[in-house]
Design a protein around this ligand. Structure first.
Ligand SMILES: [Zn+2]
Ligand SMILES: [Zn+2]
Ligand SMILES: [Zn+2]
Length: 423
């Protein structure tokens, strides 16, 4: 049976699925059970070229909601809310900024211009009446509310000032119900395994065997254009107008996405149709002896699974933000040895420069959300980072042109947190 796109959703029953996942989880096979589901449904959602609102809706229904129900074994909203209530009050905000979110600094009180507040903290802070400055975050970075070393005065907003109870030393994982801890552990590991695998996947026309569709594949490909620092915006726009016969407006849109996210799908269709565009792009950008723009012809199924992996990164970030216990559990699991003595977080750090910009940014945001709010996790993370520092920087230096954002920026963000310096 050949895979035909667009792929219709087969019969779907969340309860049957959850029963199967629970059963497999108890025998240590959750990853295979998830892969079996994702093998079809990641394509149903992400391989059909739906507009993004429809894609989001289907991803919720077929992929994310079942995982939340599995994790909670009940209504996610009620159960996650009751977990949140068990959190230690934190005097640190630590909210990680998404691209486009406003940030506020105070000219009177900030110790340097990297010290910023999120909008919620700012509106409840004394700095609202000082000489403040508003900016827009490019993604990454986090709110410094509650960090006494970041502010000359008024380090706490009203929300975080109220939480001045002394912290207890209890491990937050211990307050989680035991069966939830088991399911969360299996789910975090399986999800992160898939994320690492797909974001570092380098084959263009096949998937890891566990999720490769059966039979022959449809002739359905994508011409993927990557960013570099050699070619100007104008060159990319001119080339695209010729290569994929689009309007100037469309070419500008592609160039903007390439610049912002590190890659953009500029054409989809049969292999030979996509190949034609690649040939023209490479040919016209390599004249005068310069290195051509990087273009890859990727099968739709590979791009679809990578889209889903990115969705899961954001989902994980969101879930671990729901409770101290889930966050600590995620950090502990993701930093412990997994394969060849390497942890999954190490695998992500070490392949940082192989990933495209958007993947890298989302992974950084997830890591920051994981480590910044928890001293124990910061410590774990800095041990790993220190261990790989040389390899990471070597990789960074050898990859000279197209990686403006790098692990270096992550380390700067994490290691400028004053409390980490002692480790
Ligand atoms: Zn804040
Ligand atoms: Zn605050
Ligand atoms: Zn101020």
């Amino acid at each position: 049976m050949a895979l035909k796109l667009p792929l219709q959703a087969p019969e779907f029953c969340q309860n049957t699925l959850l029963k199967e996942w629970n059963l497999q989880c108890r025998s240590g096979n959750l990853l295979s059970a998830l892969q079996k589901h994702w093998k079809t449904f990641a394509l149903v959602v992400f391989a059909n070229n739906y507009e993004s609102s429809k894609e989001d809706r289907l991803a919720e229904k077929f992929l994310l909601r079942p995982m939340e129900h599995f994790l909670c074994n009940g209504d996610p909203e009620t159960i996650l809310k009751s977990l949140k209530e068990k959190d230690q009050p934190s005097q640190l905000c630590g909210k990680v900024f998404k691209n486009g979110e406003p940030t506020y600094s105070c000219r009177d009180c900030a110790n340097d211009n990297t010290c910023v507040l999120c909008i919620d903290c700012f509106q409840k802070s004394a700095h609202k009446k000082h000489r403040y400055k508003m900016s827009t975050s490019g993604g990454g970075g986090y709110c410094d509310c509650g960090d006494v070393e970041a502010w000359k005065s008024d380090p706490y907003c009203e929300i975080h000032d109220a939480k001045t109870k002394p912290m207890s030393d209890q491990n937050p994982i211990e307050v989680l119900p035991e069966d939830l801890t088991d399911r969360a552990s299996a789910l975090f590991m399986a999800t992160l395994h898939y994320v690492v695998q797909m974001l570092t996947w380098e084959q263009c026309d096949c998937l890891p065997s566990e999720i490769q569709p059966e039979g022959e594949l449809d002739d359905s490909y994508i011409t993927m254009l990557f960013n570099d620092e050699l070619h100007t915006y104008e060159q990319v726009i001119n080339t695209l107008q010729r290569a994929v016969e689009c309007t100037q407006e469309e070419a500008v849109e592609h160039a903007t996405i390439v610049d912002r996210e590190g890659r953009s799908s500029v054409r989809d269709g049969t292999f030979s149709y996509c190949e034609k565009a690649r040939h023209i792009i490479e040919h016209s950008t390599s004249r005068h002896g310069s290195k051509p723009l990087k273009v890859q012809i990727m099968h739709t199924i590979v791009v679809a699974h990578q889209k889903f992996a990115l969705k899961l990164v954001t989902w994980l970030q969101d879930i671990i933000g729901k409770s101290d216990g889930l966050r600590r559990l995620f950090c502990t699991l993701s930093t412990q040895p997994y394969e060849n003595g390497e942890s999954l977080i190490e695998k992500l750090i070490l392949s940082d420069t192989q990933m495209w910009k958007n993947a890298r940014m989302l992974v950084h945001q997830m890591m920051m959300s994981g480590v910044l709010m928890d001293q124990e996790c910061k410590k774990q993370f800095s041990i790993i980072f220190t261990k790989h520092y040389e390899a990471i920087t070597r990789e960074f230096v050898s990859d000279d042109h197209n990686r403006p954002v790098s692990i270096t920026s992550l380390s700067v963000q994490i290691f400028t947190v004053p409390s980490v310096v002692g480790y």
